[in-house]
Design a protein around this ligand. Structure first.
Ligand SMILES: *Cc1c(COP(=O)(O)O)cnc(C)c1O
Length: 378
């Protein structure tokens, strides 16, 4: 490490614990003392509070974001093997869930400005030979996918829309919270997410009571009543200890998102003249900066320079799903190619971003980036 400064991590979920420690400790102790360790009132209360926050009628707490996607897809009741379109530039969980639900992924290219599913690619796919039954719109990095274009296309072709909101808790489009636009929405509460538990957790949201009831049954063996399964299900329940933590953290989500946006504005100002691509905002949308992602031609050199200065970064994601060994040569692909997804994988870099980060940390990251780009340019 080149400086005496403390390292700056890329993310720090422990800082969110320290910031609300006594309330979180009390919430956890309340569950332990209650004797209710599976589902029960904490989970129900969180489901109500989170559904109200997003603006949906129903929320069902499940064990992870990946499970939320699997259960949401299963609850749509698509015939086995139905094609589900999504972006290749996403967490592998989005695509893994499609296959785990017995469906077939179709991986499409992204819009390079927002890193979200390109409406032109979706249109090409709908015009192609495959019958698409559903699409997963991923609101990547904390900003809305182009729902204004995607939803009418989907509706016209009878395609169900799932919102993957794992990175967009609290973000809006046209003043309305993401997660309330599609047929069903999936959230992850992985510890580093904008709303993070201290373990795995997730939720499925929908306005459709019958669909919510199907997810509720599927998360517990497909039970119609205790010990009697009406359909084959699984075990994917939200842990009440995590639900109690999430209830505390939900009360601070808007404040935490505002802090992320303020930090992003500092990065924007500091890096305005650097030879980097900065995050671009979709008109009418609020970005909650799950990640602050820049594009750099010599990304790996920049990353190494930051690492030498004790500054943590991450690459979300280093390989688009269609090139990963588990999927390459096997899943259906965008007929127009996936050039933008492949370019993003080479160029994106996620800078340190979490609400407890300080202004001085941002200044240090900015200074290190400028010095590194300057050296590279001479
Ligand atoms: C984190 C994430 C998931 C998976 O959530 P888990 O809770 O880790 O299973 C799915 N999609 C996206 C876009 C994610 O970022």
């Amino acid at each position: 490490m080149a400086t005496r400064d403390k390292p700056v991590p890329q993310a720090a979920p422990i800082a969110s614990y320290r910031a609300a420690r006594s309330r979180i400790d009390r919430a956890v102790a309340r569950v332990l003392a209650s004797g209710r360790y599976i589902l029960g009132p904490e989970v129900e209360a969180f489901e109500r509070e989170f559904a109200a926050y997003i603006g949906c009628r129903h929320a069902v707490g499940v064990a992870s974001g990946t499970d939320a996607l699997i259960l949401a897809l299963r609850a749509l009741g698509l015939p086995p093997g139905t094609t589900v379109a999504t972006a290749s530039h996403t967490a592998v969980a989005t695509v893994a869930a499609i296959e785990l639900a017995g469906l077939a992924p179709l991986l499409l290219d992204i819009d390079p400005a927002t890193y979200t599913l390109a409406p032109a690619a979706f249109e090409r796919a709908l015009a192609g030979g495959l019958r698409v039954g559903a699409a997963i719109a991923v609101h990547l990095y904390g900003q809305a996918a182009d729902l204004g274009a995607l939803l009418p296309l989907a509706r016209r072709h009878g395609v169900k829309v799932i919102e993957d909101c794992a990175q967009s808790h609290g973000a809006t489009l046209g003043g309305q919270r993401l997660g309330s636009f599609g047929d069903v929405a999936c959230f992850s509460f992985y510890p580093t997410k904008n709303l993070g538990a201290f373990g795995d957790a997730g939720a499925v949201l929908t306005d459709d009571a019958a669909r919510a009831a199907r997810v509720r049954a599927l998360r517990e063996y497909g039970w119609r009543e205790r010990y009697v399964s009406a359909t084959p299900g699984m075990n994917s329940r939200l842990d009440p200890i995590q639900a109690a933590v999430l209830r505390v953290k939900l009360t601070g989500l808007d404040r935490a998102n505002a802090r992320r946006a303020a930090l992003a504005a500092r990065y924007d100002r500091g890096l305005a003249n650097a030879d980097l691509g900065l995050p671009q905002l979709r008109p009418g949308a609020t970005h909650v900066f799950h990640q602050y992602v820049v594009r750099a031609k010599r990304r790996d050199d920049l990353r190494a320079a930051l690492d030498r200065a004790g500054i943590g970064t991450a690459v979300h994601y280093p390989m688009p799903v269609h090139l990963q060994p588990a999927y390459a040569g096997r899943v259906a692909l965008d007929p127009g190619g996936l050039g933008e997804s492949e370019r993003a994988a080479r160029e994106v870099l996620s800078l340190p971003m979490f609400p407890e980060l300080g202004a001085a940390d941002i200044a240090r990251v900015v200074g290190t980036i400028k010095a590194s780009l300057c050296d590279a340019g001479t």
